[in-house]
Design a protein around this ligand. Structure first.
Ligand code: SF4
Length: 382
């Protein structure tokens, strides 16, 4: 028999919860034979930036799974992966920072037609020399960073044990929509680390993933089943068992098992992972800020810390910005990014971010006076 290990990834959201229910149903119907006679394993990645309500919800699912089948949800972290957020990674970063910050930095900001020439070079239509000869884009020059700022950054560059913050400090910036190292470094790599030993030993891995086609055009382009072969001959199969389901289907299977949903869904959040996600929607940002002031304080402090180890903000004496440029209209002089306080102010405006809307002001007053209203994107409160 081919050795195979099934894994379920648990995020605390409705879709991974639906997959958990499907896997439990399958075991109860067919026994472990349906999983190659090995109990499936359930993994959840904690990157230290999760909403506390989501962590509580995962603990609740873990209890349910334990009582129902005697299985547990394992927590993985970037801290488990050698070289990712450990002392060695920070030592490398300190050495690099001392070397680079003490020198002038020149960077060309390619724009407009020049970007098209670069695409033509990448496509092999012109040579690199032809592209650069036509380039008249501005060159940004950053002078060497003063010694006291270098020393301040070096003092801070030690592991905090919080993977999301440590990754941001190691990268010298927060993730962005284009460079989403939050997903790769604090979620995917730690999850894969748990599976890698099996794959290298020739055990195939089947990942049950809670992705649905109707979530986004990008998701819809994925395949319900994908497979990658490893040098050991083992396969890593990505299986999306609820690919054709609607959000209502995902909620329904949990209801059938008497499982409650992550309470964040009844607080106006459509996503329940990081607190808050770098791609948070305007309305959700407003809700998050109203409901979780302690989380806002934490993010503000992280922006201050990352600002000290980012070359540009260290020199300017400003904090870094958690939220990606594509998420909020930021400051054109700050790479289009906005700090959390500025982004929250913007989230309370309407009409292109210029005016405070009377309704929004009233919503804030109601929240302050009467507690917060139930407000679900999925109609759970109706
Ligand atoms: S939820 Fe958002 S911030 Fe968190 S890892 Fe995913 S993309 Fe990054």
């Amino acid at each position: 028999m081919i050795a195979v290990q099934h894994f379920g990834s648990i995020s605390g959201g409705k879709d991974s919860q639906a997959v958990l229910c499907r896997m439990v149903e399958r075991i109860e119907r067919k026994g472990l034979a349906a999983f190659g006679n090995r109990a499936p394993r359930f993994l959840s990645a904690d990157n230290g930036h999760e909403n506390p309500i989501t962590l509580d919800h995962i603990a609740y699912l873990d209890d349910w799974l334990g009582q129902r089948l005697g299985l547990r949800i394992e927590t993985v972290s970037a801290n488990d992966v050698p070289g990712l957020t450990d002392a060695a990674a920070f030592a490398r970063k300190r050495a690099m920072l001392r070397e680079e910050w003490s020198k002038e930095k020149r960077r060309t900001r390619h724009k407009g037609a020049c970007n098209r020439h670069r695409d033509a070079w990448r496509a092999g239509a012109i040579t690199k020399g032809e592209w650069l000869a036509a380039c008249e884009c501005p060159v940004m020059v950053s002078p060497p960073v003063p010694d006291h700022l270098i020393e301040r950054a070096l003092e801070l560059l030690h592991p905090t044990g919080i993977p999301f913050l440590d990754m941001a400090m190691l990268h010298g910036r927060f993730p962005s929509t284009k460079v989403r190292f939050c997903t790769s470094d604090t979620k995917l790599i730690p999850l894969m680390h748990r599976k890698r030993l099996l794959l290298d030993a020739g055990v195939s891995v089947i990942d049950w993933i809670g992705e649905r086609a109707d979530e986004s055009p990008a998701r819809a382009r994925k395949k319900p089943i994908q497979s990658v072969r490893y040098p050991s001959g083992a396969r890593n199969i990505l299986y999306r068992p609820i690919f054709r389901w609607s959000a209502a289907d995902a909620f329904a299977i949990s209801a059938r098992h008497g499982l409650r949903h992550n309470p964040l869904y009844t607080m106006g959040m459509s996503r329940v992972g990081c607190s808050t996600c770098i791609m948070v929607r305007k309305r959700e940002l407003r809700q998050w800020a109203m409901r979780f002031p302690a989380e806002v304080d934490r993010v503000r402090e992280w922006e201050r810390l990352v600002g000290i180890v980012s070359r540009r903000t260290a020199a300017l004496g400003t904090p870094a910005s958690l939220l990606a440029a594509a998420t909020v209209p930021g400051d054109p002089d700050d790479h289009g990014r906005a700090t959390i306080d500025r982004a929250i102010d913007w989230s309370r405006t309407s009409r292109g971010g210029r005016n405070y809307d009377l309704f929004l002001a009233q919503e804030q007053r109601d929240a302050d006076e009467d507690g917060l209203l139930c407000d679900s994107e999925y109609g759970l409160c109706e």
